[in-house]
Design a binder for this molecule. Structure first.
Ligand code: XMP
Length: 246
């Protein structure tokens, strides 16, 4: 079986670089039906779908498995965005559940430490699953933490350390918010093809698809800009076109 990185790259050659953040508010009903409808109507314009706690908490094992199966039937990769950050044993048990649910990859927080991260990557890759780590988040306040000056041998910023750890531990990709294109460019220059860059924060949070793609982003994570639009198909098509012509 191909790796997560290869599977995602293959589908994106055909369908473009948009990953749907399938986020609904807690007041929404029929989350499974709505998500499956999104997969059925939007799949020609997506390479993947990302589920976070908006769905993982309210839905059952059976419902999430059904969503992952449907996504796979349409060729999409699925990502569990839980920003995993725990001790080795807890990370292991958590990812075993995620893989049993049918997910292809997990988003993790590298603050867990380099050794735990290496362990997570090793066990995930053994199952042909992917690991994506946070490098610099998209919210404006992220500057306060991710740009923090730290001293670990040399003086550097926290996101620079997270980038080094991502390369060293051989994760599949990193998350760098679309609202910080200069940091995307920095990470792209430093990591080259070793890491894919995933950027959330397009549209609703102010990021521009065109700018981040030219800065080096490989995949655009888009939620409310698609989900809340009157015509999700047409906005997805527009974004797909932009992602083909960077
Ligand atoms: P919107 O609606 O703003 O949704 O397009 C963005 C999606 O991405 C998640 N998000 C992030 N995830 N690092 C992440 O790993 C980030 O910096 C980040 N910013 C937003 C958010 O939870 C939503 O699903």
């Amino acid at each position: 079986m191909a790796t997560f990185k290869t599977r995602l790259s293959q589908i994106s050659k055909r369908n473009g670089k948009i990953i749907l953040a399938n986020d609904y508010n807690s007041s929404e009903k029929n989350l499974t039906t709505k998500t499956i409808h999104n997969i059925k109507t939007l799949n020609p314009y997506l390479c993947g779908i990302k589920l976070n706690f908006h769905l993982l908490l309210p839905l059952s094992f059976k419902e999430i498995s059904k969503i992952n199966k449907t996504a796979h039937n349409y060729g999409l990769q699925t990502i569990a965005d839980i920003k995993l950050n725990d001790i080795g044993n807890t990370n292991k048990v958590t990812t075993e559940h995620l893989w049993n649910l049918g997910f292809d990859a997990v988003i993790a927080n590298p603050i867990m430490g380099l050794d735990s991260l290496k362990q997570l990557v090793k066990s995930s890759h053994k199952e042909n699953k992917g690991v994506i780590t946070l490098c610099h988040m998209s919210a404006p306040e992220a500057k306060l933490s991710y740009d923090m000056e730290i001293k670990m041998g040399k003086s550097q910023k926290l996101y620079q350390l997270f980038l080094d750890w991502a390369i060293t531990s051989k994760v599949d990709g990193i998350v760098v918010g679309a609202t910080f294109p200069e940091i995307i460019q920095y990470c792209h220059k430093k990591a080259g093809s070793k890491l894919d860059i995933f950027s959330p924060g397009i549209g609703t949070q102010g990021g521009s698809a065109k700018n981040v793609l030219s800065a080096g982003t490989n995949y655009l994570i888009v939620g409310r800009t698609i989900i809340d639009d009157k015509n999700p198909v047409s906005i997805s098509k527009e974004l797909q076109l932009e992602s083909f012509f960077k």
